[in-house]
Design a protein around this ligand. Structure first.
Ligand code: ADP
Ligand code: MG
Length: 387
């Protein structure tokens, strides 16, 4: 292992009294925006409760044989059990205490939700907070998404939507749905949703947005002065709205700074994941900022629908970019293009059509037109994922 990582692991073990007797750090498994995550063995785990042993996917349980092993410091230990692995999420000390508390509280509240990674415990030593989660074996999205068949996609999404159905039922928005926050093991075909670092309750910082006024009759928004086009004019109101999330996965209403965001923003992000898998392109959207992200979405949806969506949230959408047409393109065409089938005259298969139809119900510009997670689980497409 890299000496820097080794040093960080040493430091972590020394920052909590008794840490080294509880956990044996194995390796660093993730370095996110807000934390570093390590894989560790839980040394005090010797009960026969394997309810958290998601990674093995065992149906039947037999007592494990006696096994000797050495702890990180070379202590010889012998126990009758199979090792239990945990993920130790070391939250950066620069994160605000409210943010950390928010993440831990929401995780605690969501314990027991299917396909949501539970929180085992958490520790704090001065400004350092670590969260202990069951370790979940998973593969890198880039390694499997190109090989996924339509039923594979349905199984993957069934698992993700089951998590979202229970999260959304509690009126919690995850806000950062993307492949690295949904740990999926293609072998066992199980997935868990992680990373509630940006999650929030629906209605937090609620302020009325144009979209809540009578949804049919809307007053036209007076255009702001200035030339149309990118990047000089940004007609979005200079209001504050939660924009937390990851570029490429932000829903249009987030980009339009809607102040009444709902759990539907997560549905859009799942749609982006499905679009990525179907088109075999990752990342599908690759914008540097929100205005660019709006342009990318407009290329697909076209000016007419974008103007309408912008207006709903009190924004004006004007552009002179020639590649943004009036009507945009269908997802079917986009997928045929990106999988190099538009010249061959190939059509989508029946199963692909089912997936594309489903995609269209997730990637709706208007949040209220998108499926809810619960509705998604009832669709024909996601039923393909039922064994
Ligand atoms: P961040 O807020 O820094 O993005 P995450 O909670 O998303 O932190 O974790 C970062 C990475 O660590 C994940 O993408 C994943 O690879 C790994 N990870 C997180 N939790 C677990 C877990 N329970 N089991 C296995 N790996 C995990
Ligand atoms: Mg993450």
């Amino acid at each position: 292992i890299d000496t820097n990582i080794q040093q960080d692991m040493e430091k972590l073990q020394n920052s909590f009294p008794g840490f080294r007797f509880k956990y044996r750090l194995i390796k660093r498994i993730g370095e996110g925006t807000f934390s570093t995550v390590y894989k560790a063995e839980d040394l005090q785990y010797d009960t026969y409760d394997n309810s958290w042993d998601l990674e093995r996917g065992d149906d039947k349980w037999t007592p494990p044989p006696l096994k000797s092993f050495s702890s990180h410091d070379g202590h010889q230990l012998q126990r009758r059990r199979k090792p239990k692995y945990v993920a130790i999420k070391k939250i950066y000390v620069t994160s605000s205490p409210t943010r950390i508390l928010n993440e831990l509280e929401l995780l605690h509240e969501l314990r027991g939700c299917p396909n949501v990674c539970p929180l085992i415990t958490a520790f704090r030593a001065t400004d350092q907070v670590v969260a202990i989660l069951p370790y979940f074996r998973h593969a890198d999205f880039r390694e499997y998404f190109r090989k996924m068949t339509i039923p594979d996609m349905a199984i993957y999404l069934r698992s993700l939507f089951s998590a979202l159905a229970s999260v959304h039922e509690q009126k919690i928005i995850h806000r950062d749905i993307k492949p690295t926050n949904f740990l999926y093991d293609p072998e066992s075909r199980r997935g868990v949703l992680v990373d509630f670092g940006l999650a929030e309750r629906e209605g937090t910082e609620w302020k009325p947005c144009a979209c809540s006024k009578t949804r049919k009759i809307r007053a036209p928004v007076p255009p702001r002065a200035g030339p149309a086009g990118y990047p000089k004019q940004d007609s979005r109101p200079s209001r504050r709205a939660n924009r937390a999330g990851t570029r490429g996965f932000r829903a249009p209403e987030v980009l339009f700074k809607c102040t009444e965001q709902t759990t539907k923003i997560d549905i859009w992000s799942v749609g982006v994941i499905l679009l990525t898998i179907l088109s075999r392109r990752f990342p599908f959207f690759n914008s540097a900022d929100d205005v660019e992200a709006i342009i990318e979405i407009s290329t697909i949806f076209g000016q007419r629908k974008m103007k309408e969506a912008a207006k709903n949230h009190g924004c004006n959408f004007e552009t002179t970019i020639p590649t943004i047409g009036t009507h945009g393109f269908t997802f079917e065409r986009i997928i045929l293009w990106s999988t190099c089938r538009s010249d061959t005259g190939d059509k989508l298969t029946e199963q692909e059509k089912l997936a594309v139809e489903f995609l269209g119900m997730c990637l709706q510009l208007e949040p209220e037109k998108r499926l809810t997670a619960k509705q998604a689980l009832k669709t024909r497409f996601l039923r393909l994922g039922m064994d």
